[in-house]
Ligand binder design. Structure first.
Ligand code: PEP
Length: 251
């Protein structure tokens, strides 16, 4: 049985002081949540976030990492560094990384292998652009991305992989995929994973939806049978709002 996971992505927002204030409120709001919770914060907030949440049900993640262990890669952060802070999750291949920093499926695959080697849980993002959807090729795009990012990943490591279906046209735009479309994309992704790893592995992989999730649509999306939770950007920034999303099943 797959437990839902709801992950926040703060993107490039909040100082450590802001993070402290946030967790002072948020921890209590979600202490009875039935879903797993992860919040992916900017690198500079990791230490504060880990300290603030250490006795809670909230796990902390980074939003990116490089695949090398160490070396002359100015400005980058390694999986070993993340592990040294007790970070448990990392987002890989977010569409903003693909779009603004030219990340390719090949690079994301290298990062995924490295994250798994270091025992991190990876939230790997895939999803089509508006243009691709308008051309009706979204399923091909999603299948291709899944195959590429999961290339040569060990079966045994798949329990540390979460796939986030994030249609790019829905991210930060206020436009949400319909629950049926999002559910269908999650089915498609699971079918791809079954083809690669077999049903015993694929039935346990969590496949989540991201793209303008908010308190008013969280329940409809997260109660769909094939959507195992969400990756939430804008609405994870405000503790009360994100609390409502995490507690979508408590109303
Ligand atoms: C995201 O950053 O992954 C995301 C889905 O953003 P938003 O919820 O703001 O659309």
């Amino acid at each position: 049985m797959r437990n839902k996971i709801i992950a926040g992505n703060w993107k490039m927002n909040k100082t450590p002081e802001d993070a402290k204030q946030y967790f002072n409120e948020f921890i209590e709001l979600v202490e009875k949540a039935s879903s797993d919770i992860a919040i992916c914060v900017p690198f500079v907030d990791l230490q504060t976030a880990i300290e603030m949440t250490k006795d809670s049900n909230i796990k902390i993640g980074a939003q990116n990492m490089y695949y090398e262990k160490q070396g002359a890669f100015t400005g980058e952060i390694s999986p070993e560094m993340l592990k040294s802070l007790n970070v448990e999750y990392v987002i890989l291949g977010h569409s903003e990384r693909r779009q603004y920093f030219n990340e390719t499926d090949e690079l994301i695959n290298l990062k995924l292998k490295s994250a798994l080697n270091y025992g991190l849980n990876a939230i790997v993002c895939v999803g089509e652009t508006l243009e691709q959807r308008q051309k009706g090729i979204q399923n091909d795009v999603i299948s291709y991305q899944v195959k590429k990012v999961l290339k040569d990943i060990e079966k045994e490591d798949m329990d540390s992989v979460i796939i986030a279906y994030e249609p790019i046209w829905a991210i930060g735009t206020g436009k949400t995929a319909t629950s049926i479309d999002a559910n269908n994309a999650c089915i498609l992704i699971r079918n791809e994973i079954t083809e690669i790893f077999g049903v015993e592995i694929s039935k346990n992989v969590r496949i989540i939806y991201g793209g303008s999730v908010k308190p008013s649509n969280a329940k409809e999306l997260f109660t769909m049978p094939d959507i195992d939770g969400g990756l939430v950007g804008g609405c994870s920034l405000e503790s009360q709002e994100f609390g409502k999303i995490v507690n979508y099943d408590k109303e």
